[in-house]
Design a protein around this ligand. Structure first.
Ligand SMILES: Nc1ncnc2c1ncn2[C@@H]1O[C@H](COP(=O)(O)OP(=O)(O)O)[C@@H](O)[C@H]1O
Ligand SMILES: [Mg+2]
Length: 232
């Protein structure tokens, strides 16, 4: 569904992504792992056209989308939930959802509230009144109500309590079950391992490792080398 070949990206003169190739298919959760500064966020931003200086081939259902504008990419159904969530603090939960809603979605408001019962309870509260976990739920809900076919999540579990992380895992499973392609950027290795069908490791702007979940489970050398975690 989403096929990326030799993606390069720059901030000024700094060449941040170097020949990144990856793919995500429908109904698949793919994790992009890597240390701080490896280029994970830059990869996601490049996919939605939010990095000006980029080169490479990004295809969505076979169509080259590399040169498209951010809004054109969004319209095709690629949704980024950024690290800092980007919800409107002065609007209520329901208003945040209403402005993102599109007709062609598997998750109209009633379905959103089934998937996120907490958001239903909090629907009249403003964004600023929500906990970190509720804000993350709302950010994902806003993406879903827009009818994505590819969902890009940038460190969704960051700073969240374990019970909320478990709820998020259920949401990601439901999204995969609906046939959406999910590209998940994480530092939380156990969250990734619980969910992902495949893994990529990014290091200094390059893909240095790619594996399916079973192979990755046994890849203790790569974990130590690129993620600085010891096998348990
Ligand atoms: N807006 C920016 N301007 C210049 N350099 C940046 C900018 N954003 C990120 N970088 C640099 O690009 C590299 C990759 O950053 P990033 O994609 O945010 O990494 P990650 O998400 O994996 O932590 C880092 O070296 C970072 O310092
Ligand atoms: Mg990042």
């Amino acid at each position: 569904m989403l096929n990326v070949t030799d993606l390069n990206a720059w901030y000024g003169k700094s060449h941040v992504l170097q020949d990144v190739s990856l793919k995500v298919d429908a109904g698949e959760v793919v994790c992009l792992l890597g240390r701080n500064g490896a280029g994970k966020t830059t990869t996601l931003k490049s996919l939605v056209g939010a990095i000006g200086a980029r080169r490479g081939d990004i295809r969505f259902d076979g169509e080259a989308i590399t040169a498209l504008r951010t809004y054109q990419i969004a319209r095709r159904g690629i949704a980024l939930v950024p690290e800092h969530r980007g919800i409107f603090g002065l609007l209520t939960v329901e208003e945040n959802l209403a402005i993102a809603a599109r007709k062609a979605t598997l998750w109209p408001l009633a379905e959103i509230y089934k998937l996120f019962p907490r958001l239903h309870e909090r629907r009249r509260n403003r964004g600023t009144a929500l906990s970190g976990g509720e804000q993350q739920m709302l950010a994902i809900a806003r993406a879903l109500i827009g009818g994505p076919r590819v969902l890009l999540l940038d460190e969704p579990t960051e700073g969240l309590a374990p019970v909320i992380v478990d709820e998020l895992a259920d949401v990601v499973r439901a999204v995969r079950g609906a046939g959406v392609a999910v590209l998940l950027v994480e530092q939380n290795l156990s969250f990734c391992e619980a969910l992902a069908d495949r893994h990529y490791i990014l290091d200094q702007g390059r893909i240095v490792y790619a594996a399916d979940r079973a192979t990755f489970a046994g890849a203790s050398r790569e974990r130590e080398r690129y993620l600085a975690v010891t096998a348990d």
